[in-house]
Write a protein that binds this ligand. Structure first.
Ligand SMILES: NC(=O)c1ccc[n+]([C@@H]2O[C@H](COP(=O)([O-])OP(=O)(O)OC[C@H]3O[C@@H](n4cnc5c(N)ncnc54)[C@H](O)[C@@H]3O)[C@@H](O)[C@H]2O)c1
Length: 268
């Protein structure tokens, strides 16, 4: 979608971090923004309006299909349709697979996987009927490189990479673009808000983020806007993501062996 000015963009998880920065970046292109978050996003709504475009904020738990269906209708009616959907809401959980409770598996799957496919389910028919649109889902470097102690998170992010690739092939000839956003570590509330099982390696990720630095949410948002304009399949952001995504393609066994050694050291 080369021109974003005047387009209507839905962003989930828009109250903070990457979602908030994405809202401001699309607004700077002249797009109108529909913000959706489980938390109130009234302050981001004001920031977006200050850019001279229209904005509306909705409270939405993306894991709730009934609420999502009602939201999608409201969003489509709000300003004459939806052109771009950014499936971005998500959270992180960590700990050894063997220590994660069923509740943890279900809750991360409900938000990080069911949320995005609810978005696709309720907005795609509208886009297909119009013969245009773009859907982005925020995955993660962990959707490509599956580190120890973040198994549930890796699973959810790999799942959205998979369905985005399938969807992209299916709808490309119908005028719909599909991208997957793959950031490395980004300085947001994600890690602090995460569900960590610290006793079993789950504190590795917060420590890693702190040690290795990260991209800013503004850098991610800028890459996201460019990626939508170019209809990129994967929008990989950050030096860590660029490097590790290549290594995992070229030297998977070496990398997974080193992850294994690291896990052994951590757990013994
Ligand atoms: N920060 C990182 O290092 C990083 C890296 C790769 C991918 N990501 C992904 O980026 C996305 C955005 O995360 P962020 O880093 O901006 O973190 P964040 O915590 O700042 O933002 C996440 C937003 O999602 C919202 N949210 C959470 N559960 C929700 C639900 N059930 N329904 C609706 N909204 C919900 C939160 O309220 C919050 O506003 C997530 O999908 C995350 O997995 C983040």
């Amino acid at each position: 979608m080369k021109i974003l000015s005047g387009k209507n963009v839905v962003i989930t998880g828009a109250a903070s971090g990457i979602g908030r920065s994405a809202a401001l970046a699309f607004a700077a292109e002249g797009a109108n923004i529909i913000l959706a978050d489980i938390n109130a996003a009234a302050d981001v709504e004001q920031e977006v309006r200050a850019k001279g475009v229209k904005a509306a904020a909705f409270q939405l738990d993306v894991s709730d299909p009934e609420r999502y269906q009602a939201f999608a209708k409201e969003a489509i009616d709000w300003n004459g349709g939806v052109d771009v959907l950014i499936n971005n809401a998500g959270f992180m959980a960590g700990g050894a697979v063997q220590d994660c409770s069923l509740e943890q598996w279900h809750s991360i799957t409900n938000v990080n996987v069911h949320g995005p496919f609810h978005g696709v389910h309720f907005f795609l028919p509208h886009m297909l009927a119009r013969g245009s649109g773009h859907i982005v889902t925020t995955a993660s470097l962990f959707g490509l490189a599956h580190l120890p102690f973040v198994g549930p998170y890796c699973m959810t992010k790999a799942a959205v990479v998979a369905f985005s690739n399938s969807l992209r092939s299916e709808v490309a000839h119908q005028g719909i673009g599909v991208s997957v956003l793959v950031p490395g570590s980004v300085a947001t509330n994600l890690v602090n808000n995460g569900d960590w099982h610290a006793s079993s390696g789950g504190n590795m990720i917060p420590e890693m983020f702190e040690k290795h630095g990260s991209s800013s949410p503004e850098q991610v948002a800028s890459a996201l806007v460019k990626g939508v304009k170019k209809n990129k399949r994967q929008i990989i952001v950050g030096r860590d993501a660029q490097m590790l995504s290549r290594l995992i393609r070229w030297l998977p066994n070496t990398l997974y062996n080193s992850f294994g050694k690291f896990a052994q050291q951590t757990m013994t």
